[in-house]
Design a protein around this ligand. Structure first.
Ligand SMILES: NC(=O)CC[C@H](N)C(=O)O
Length: 203
């Protein structure tokens, strides 16, 4: 069973439905004991960075997540949930993140021909050929975001080109992030979630 961290994130229902479709049981909880006992964690998220971090902190979930990761529990952050994994975000001011992956989140640059937010399908370019997600090369997934992560290449599994090179899948040991919405990315999105379960959590 996977544990979806409950901090009133907006895409929790759709993420749960995606795992239901996979036949993977999930439990939505903010209970520290359940999170620490979990075999795999999902950090969903849509909306602004600061209120999301404030809710995590208000529920003590920031430290519980860090404890779980430190003992090796795999964690997948989705969209805003991926951005929260980094050290900081400049969305509406400067805010500290969970600092589970080195790097910062900044605004997508304005550039002629690139509407902000990026809202649509984009094609992955692979950066780590030995990743369990390597098959995502040249595949398309669905993005909705105005901010993006800047991180050292060693944490980059795949990226998409928009008004800047956007990390699409990132990894730091047992911590993974998807900037896109796998729950809105059709068969590829479902396959990527299945890979996280079968090749990471259950491996
Ligand atoms: N869809 C989202 O929640 C996007 C996350 C973040 N607010 C961004 O604009 O990048």
């Amino acid at each position: 069973m996977l544990t979806i961290i409950d901090y009133d994130a907006g895409n929790t229902y759709n993420v749960q439905k995606a795992f239901d479709f996979l036949g993977v049981k999930t439990e939505l909880t903010a209970d520290p004991e359940k999170i620490l006992a979990s075999h795999g964690l999902i950090l969903p998220g849509v909306g602004a960075f600061a209120p999301a971090m404030q809710t995590l902190q208000a529920r003590g979930l920031d430290s519980v997540i860090k404890q779980a990761v430190a003992k090796g529990t795999p964690l997948l952050g989705i969209c805003l949930g991926m951005q929260l994994l980094f050290e900081s975000s400049s969305e509406y001011g400067q805010h500290a993140g969970l600092a589970l992956i080195p790097g910062k989140v900044i605004a997508l640059p304005a550039k002629k021909g690139f509407k902000i937010p990026q809202m649509g399908w984009n094609q992955h370019e692979l950066r780590q050929s030995d990743s369990v997600f390597a098959y995502v090369a040249q595949e398309y997934t669905y993005f909705v975001h105005s901010f993006y992560a800047q991180c050292p290449n060693e944490y980059l599994v795949s990226q998409v080109e928009y008004s800047a090179p956007v990390p699409a899948i990132v990894r730091n040991k047992n911590v993974y992030g998807f900037q896109f919405h796998p729950e809105k990315s059709g068969q590829v999105g479902i396959k990527l979630l299945r890979t996280f379960v079968e090749e990471v959590v259950e491996a």
